[in-house]
Design a protein around this ligand. Structure first.
Ligand SMILES: [Ca+2]
Ligand SMILES: [Ca+2]
Length: 187
């Protein structure tokens, strides 16, 4: 039996489309790329937005130091030096308006150990500088409070100065270190 070229062509075309239909119904969906942002960037953006706007979003905690709402509560997991630590979710925190000795300067280790005893592994209550939020190294600038007892917190920045581990350095920001009190009521 002779098969005409038209029949062969028709079978070929039908086969091609059948194959395509089977492929298109079973092929995986096109790859989509989801935009991701690192956690640190998200935290910083959220926090910066919060501080620079109205301080009324969920990040503002319900704790109060001296009757004023605490800007951020964080847990310290690493001491960097006498005036800097890493905490979650705040990221790196630089204690406002004080300065401790740099590495290889006298008093460096003592200041670092003093800060470690005060805050390492603990929950800290941060009053973040509303004026600049961060310094030029992207560290959150804050007055740091830690629980002293059930009714009061300790101003860590001031404690380091009064105990000889740090000096005041009054930067242009929200804080005036000469008005600080060592212990403040906490609720
Ligand atoms: Ca503040
Ligand atoms: Ca200041």
């Amino acid at each position: 039996m002779r098969v005409s070229p038209v029949t062969i062509l028709a079978v070929f075309i039908i086969g091609f489309f059948t194959g395509y239909l089977v492929y298109s119904s079973t092929a995986p969906p096109p790859l989509t790329i989801t935009k991701t942002t690192t956690a640190a960037t998200t935290i910083r953006q959220t926090f910066t937005t919060t501080i620079l706007s109205t301080q009324t979003t969920t990040i503002t905690s319900s704790y109060k130091v001296d009757g004023k709402p605490v800007d951020l509560v964080a847990t310290v997991y690493r001491i960097v030096d006498g005036d800097t630590f890493d905490a979650f979710p705040s990221g790196r925190v630089r204690l406002a308006d004080i300065n401790t000795p740099e590495r290889n300067e006298p008093g460096y280790n003592e200041a670092k150990e003093a800060l470690r005893r005060l805050v390492e592994g603990k929950k800290v209550f941060l009053d973040v500088d509303n004026v600049n939020v961060m310094d030029s190294y992207q560290r959150l600038v804050a007055v740091v409070y830690v629980k002293h007892n059930s009714t009061h917190v300790l101003n860590v920045n001031l404690w380091l100065v009064t105990n000889g581990y740090a000096m005041f350095r009054d930067f242009n920001n929200e804080f005036n270190p000469y008005t600080w009190s060592l212990y403040l009521p906490f609720s």
